[in-house]
Design a binder for this molecule. Structure first.
Ligand code: HEM
Length: 222
């Protein structure tokens, strides 16, 4: 039993640390994407730098992808373990008596974000890999802005992205705060940290949604 608890705790710590790492990525990602609204030139320069810098491409990008995979694989394992531990299943489980709706449904909000990532990788990452490494096109530091804005031309893609950002917000609402709890952070700053994580969980997905809607409403006119 104690072995189970220990390994379950270890898994939760891995979950918390990989989640915090992904939160840092979100800060970088939303900042860079906001540049596509404020300064297309800066967005092009920064995207070109990220796309061709060997440290970013061959060190940071694989670490990021590993972080995403660790987070969702560990999430599935923890969910399976929790279901097995409950034994009786949902019928006897007094849902909201023990935990909030958001915290009980992390697996579902996580699955929607994962599905979004599938579409998102198809939209941007696979295209990027094909452009550079399969078609072996020459570097063009001016293409990123137009390519990004054009992605949001169809209303269906903009809507799918916005729905995914709502679920991302719910996921962060519980996940970001609880990662500090898992790490054992409990001091006079705890209430401030909790408030910060809740504000983050709303503001960052809102900023992503704003970017998607802004580009949909301001298409490139050829
Ligand atoms: C309007 C919102 C967003 C826009 C415009 C956007 C745009 C982009 C672009 C242009 C890339 C670059 C692909 C490349 O050149 O390699 C990218 C990559 C990526 N995005 Fe987003 N993104 C958005 C939201 C998100 C969100 C909410 C997440 C996470 C939940 C996310 C996760 C990723 C990941 C993991 C990558 C791969 C990074 C890499 O290794 O290159 N994105 N995105």
């Amino acid at each position: 039993m104690s072995g189970l608890i220990k390994s379950s705790l270890a898994r939760k710590v891995v979950m918390a640390l990989s989640g915090l790492f992904l939160v840092l990525f979100l800060v970088l990602h939303v900042s860079l994407n906001l540049a596509s609204v404020v300064s297309p030139d800066f967005f092009n320069e920064a995207s070109h730098f990220m796309g061709y810098n060997p440290l970013v491409q061959f060190v940071m990008q694989p670490i990021l992808i590993a972080g995403v995979i660790i987070h969702f694989v560990m999430g599935f394992i923890l969910e399976a373990q929790n279901r097995a531990a409950r034994g009786v299943g949902y019928v006897m489980y007094k849902g909201s008596a023990n935990a909030s709706w958001v915290s009980r449904n992390m697996i579902y909000s996580g699955l929607v974000v994962l599905a979004f990532l599938g579409l998102h990788f198809y939209d941007f990452w696979i295209h990027e890999m094909a452009y550079k490494y399969v078609e072996a096109n020459p570097a063009d530091p001016t293409r990123y802005y137009v390519e990004t804005v054009e992605k949001f031309e169809p209303i269906w893609r903009t809507l799918i992205y916005v729905v995914a950002f709502v679920l991302l917000s719910l996921h962060l609402w519980h996940g970001f705060a609880s990662s500090f709890q898992t790490m054992g952070v409990n001091n006079k700053y705890t209430p401030a940290i909790k408030s910060f994580t809740k504000i983050f969980a709303v503001v960052v997905p809102l900023a992503f949604a704003f970017i998607a809607i802004y580009h949909h409403l301001n298409p490139i006119t050829h």
